[in-house]
Write a protein that binds this ligand. Sequence first.
Ligand SMILES: Cc1cc2nc3c(=O)[nH]c(=O)nc-3n(C[C@H](O)[C@H](O)[C@H](O)COP(=O)(O)OP(=O)(O)OC[C@H]3O[C@@H](n4cnc5c(N)ncnc54)[C@H](O)[C@@H]3O)c2cc1C
Length: 492
Amino acid sequence: MKKHTPDTGRTAKRTGQSPAAGKQGTRVAVPAKKPPAPQAVPEKKPAAAKQVAARESLAAAEQLRGLAAQKLPTVAVVGGGAAGMAAAIAAAHTAKRQGSSLRVILLEKADRVGRKLLATGNGRCNLSHEPVTAANYVSLAANSGTAPDAFFAARQPGGAAAFLQSLGLLIREEEGRLYPYCGQASMVLDVLRAALDAAGVITVCGAAVSSVAPVAGGFLIRTEAAGQVLPVLFAQRVILAAGGGAAPKLGGCRDGYALAQSLGHSCTPLHPALVGLRCALPAPENDLLPGLKGIRAQAEAVLYDGDIPIARDTGEIQFNENGLSGIPVLQLSLRLAAAAAPRITLDLLPQLSAPQLAALLEARCAAAPPLEELLLGTVHKKLGFAVMKCAGLGQLSRRADTLSAQEKAVLVQLLKALPAAVLGHQGWDGAQVAAGGVPLAECDPQSCASLRCAGLYLAGEVLDCTGECGGFNLDWAFTTGERAGAAAAGGL
Ligand SMILES: Cc1cc2nc3c(=O)[nH]c(=O)nc-3n(C[C@H](O)[C@H](O)[C@H](O)COP(=O)(O)OP(=O)(O)OC[C@H]3O[C@@H](n4cnc5c(N)ncnc54)[C@H](O)[C@@H]3O)c2cc1C
């Protein structure tokens, strides 16, 4: 993955001019990292890492000391992901339109903004979808009521695509999925960073917000860097866009939920979503999966809760040693939390109905090939053999015209609905998003303002709204971020 090095040398501090006046945004001066210590002397690595962390902490402390000393109306954005960057840009644009002296400060825990964004869409950033509807999302809170619909009714026409296009990003569509025209996630980040700079947003990296305490007229924001407590910042409005717990290696964490809860919000139970599933085929005692490792096959996957089908998706299924993945399985994982007794079936030949498949097999059996050749030209060879093993048809050298009607029926049934027991998921590391979060009913859909804490706004994955694969989660992050930013800056 391409790494974005922080802009060193572009650190002129803004000193009170309005965003309208200041064309140059500020990014914290994090000194260039030393090259990693050679493999042969690993004991030097932690020391070098500590030095870098200490320098980052110093840089963030110095920056925050300067900012804390200036008593200016401030919107602070917690988290420099898709939602936080959109919020900061929208807040600064709103301030500019108002002609106010409002400053917008973006506080990011990592040493750079938008780290997760670079990994999205396999480096291509599937930034939105056409269309986007409430039906593409799942909210887990029992009390969410009509809140999800109200949030989507409040979505601006064009959603994330319109927002990013307004910043200069060209976009193209592939079967409903929207990508940057150049196909690079890094370009989306470059455009956002340029927009942050142009709007005069003050970005402080390496500053982890540890508490947000309501006080008269605003909030006191405490931050830490490398274990050091940094100067306390006052802001009239705070936008919480600290993301969710998925993909911890890309910065995913639970800080956002904890901060929201400390400010009076609740949080649903959290589940890894858009994640591969640990499965057994067809049942734990007769597991065929290890033998199918590495196979990719077109299939329709159906998720059942007991006997009730609750979700289905068609596409390329990937068979792993201990489970299934691929986009259809990720899509089903979004609905897993809703299933008390989850199980999956795979239709390995979705383009044929069961009677059509039965007729095809009947005709083939009449020609009496060995079973080894019965499914020739249909499903993946190993998969076909595995299904025949499941069906208990015996040796592959057996002649197909010796199959009984019952055996043929079982074979058709397994090819159309191969059962997979769901044993769990691949965990937070493998998940793209966290399902659950702060219930939407606790926020105003028009502005993303907290209904529990005046002056607080919430955006992105920290909210209890999780989209399917296909650009829906980034659309949610960008659109709620934009809404929260514009509203938070309004009237300040
Ligand atoms: C591998 C992968 C691929 C994906 N691909 C796609 C895709 O193609 N399309 C799509 O729609 N979605 C995709 N997603 C999901 C999408 O990336 C997320 O839904 C989206 O990034 C959420 O945006 P966010 O701003 O709410 O949170 P994040 O992007 O997680 O940003 C939150 C930020 O807050 C910072 N932060 C956390 N705590 C603190 C704190 N205490 N103080 C300061 N800063 C803090 C974090 O460091 C982080 O930078 C993908 C996810 C992954 C992991």
